[in-house]
Design a protein around this ligand. Sequence first.
Ligand code: SF4
Length: 273
Amino acid sequence: MVDPLATLKRAEQFVRGMNERFGGTVFISETVADIKPTIIDEQAAAAPPAVKQAHEQKDTGTVARTEQNKAADNQQENTVDKTWPESPDLATLDQRINQCLRCRLGETRNKFVFGVGNPAADLMVIGEAPGADEDAQGEPFVGRAGQLLNKILQAVEFQREDVYIANIIKCRPPGNRRPQSDEVDACEGYLFRQIELIKPAVILALGLTSVNTLLKANHKMGDVRGKQIPFRGVTLVATYHPAALLRNPQWKRNTWDDIKLVRRLVDEARGKQ
Ligand code: SF4
């Protein structure tokens, strides 16, 4: 391959020789040293088409990715009717949000688990998130834990149909892991609208994760159970999750006390109406 610098060097020497021989009639304005940066620049400009192209492609790719991200964001937003906060009733709210993809859990769910029960219930039962059975059936608190919840409610003469049962998160976290904070942030507004529409007298929060997620706190169960805690204009009572009771039957005594408190509070609220 021809070395352009060596060629120029030879040309410079030739011209200088001619100048010396013919009295400077041949004029050269630039030495190799002057020209070299130019050559390098030109080489850079010439060689770089591939590089430039790569940069152009990269820039185009960045723009394309940004557009894709925007489209994905829009698509996620578009899966929810933006008027959901003004939904006049539970059925409308469900219809407006049940295609939600506002967090990653929407991509892995089988069924959206909105909630079930009496839309004018005095008692609202709130758990953390759907498990495998709930994800399969689209209903909260089914399976063994759900059956135990039904028995606990029946022990103080609530039927499942009398109360309203929901979770903070509407889609199952994979592997039954705890919901992450951004998932809670994305989803809890739906629960808050459900509470506004149902207007229960009492909320029974099941399980420490549920309690601490609702209260934005880091309590121990012993600190909060058996108490009346103000929450969004409603009295909240905390107790153990039925799934935890299945593993720890020694907690049934405390749960029995908590559910009796719930019964009393609901009766008192009804008495005031
Ligand atoms: S968990 Fe909630 S915010 Fe996330 S996709 Fe499901 S409904 Fe939407």
